[in-house]
Write a protein that binds this ligand. Structure first.
Ligand SMILES: [Zn+2]
Length: 203
C-alpha cells in the first residue's frame, strides 16, 4: 500500500539541510542549554543512545527556526529537533557525530493526518509526501565506521531495512556539503555529504 518508489532528486527534501537549533545568545537559551545538559547527564549514562529525548519530547510538529529556550519548553518536537538534541548528547561525551538525512517509506494513509497535525500547528508539512517521508537522525563515527541513531524511535538503524514502513529509500550522512570522506555503515560504503539510494544487496 505505497506510492511509486520515491526518488531523491525529484523530492523537495533534496535541498533540505539538517536542522540546527538557534540560540538567542541571551539568558533564556543559556539556561535552556544548561538544563538540557544536566538532564542528559542524569538520564543517559552513555549506553546505547539518548533514548530519553523522544520520551520527554514526543514526536510532533515544531516551528522553525526553533530556539533552545522554545525547544526545552515544547511538549513535542519533530525529528529535526530530536536530531539536534541527540547530536549534542553524543558530542558531550566526546563522540564524533554528524547529522543524517533519510527518505523513508511510509503508509499512504498517514499523510492526511500528518498534514492536518502540522497544519494545525502552523508548521511546515513539506517533509511528508504520499508513501514517503523525510526524516532526520544522526551518526556516530569511529575509525571510518558509522552507526546511525534514530532519535525519534530511540534505536539504531540498519541499512538492510529496505522494505515496509520506515524502511530506508535514501540516506545522506554528514550534511549537505559533499566530502571526500567515505564511511562504512554496516557494510554499506557511503560518501559523506552525498545522497545515496539504498537497494537490496547493499551498496
Ligand atoms: Zn532563547
Amino acid at each position: 500500500m505505497r506510492a511509486a518508489e520515491p526518488t531523491v532528486e525529484s523530492a523537495p527534501w533534496a535541498e533540505f539541510v539538517p536542522s540546527v537549533l538557534s540560540d538567542h545568545g541571551t539568558e533564556c537559551c543559556a539556561m535552556a542549554r544548561a538544563w538540557y545538559t544536566a538532564m542528559d547527564r542524569s538520564m543517559w549514562r552513555g549506553e546505547g543512545g539518548p533514548a530519553w529525548i523522544s520520551r520527554k519530547f514526543p514526536w510532533g510538529p515544531s516551528k522553525w527556526p526553533l530556539f533552545w529556550c522554545e525547544a526545552m519548553e515544547a511538549e513535542e518536537l519533530d525529528c529535526g529537533a530530536h536530531q539536534a538534541l541527540s547530536m549534542e548528547a553524543f558530542r558531550a561525551r566526546g563522540i564524533r557525530v554528524v547529522p543524517v538525512q533519510l527518505v523513508q517509506r511510509q503508509e499512504v494513509h498517514h499523510l492526511p493526518h500528518w498534514h492536518g497535525r502540522w497544519g494545525d500547528a502552523s508548521a511546515s508539512p513539506a517533509w511528508a509526501r504520499e508513501g514517503v517521508a523525510y526524516h532526520e537522525a544522526c551518526a556516530t563515527l569511529q575509525e571510518g565506521r558509522a552507526e546511525v541513531w534514530d532519535p525519534t524511535v530511540g534505536a539504531w538503524l540498519s541499512p538492510r531495512h529496505l522494505e515496509g514502513v520506515r524502511s530506508i529509500a535514501a540516506v545522506r550522512i554528514g550534511g549537505a556539503t559533499a566530502s571526500d570522506e567515505f564511511v562504512d555503515w554496516r557494510g554499506v560504503r557511503l560518501r559523506m555529504g552525498v545522497w545515496a539510494s539504498l537497494e537490496a544487496g547493499g551498496g
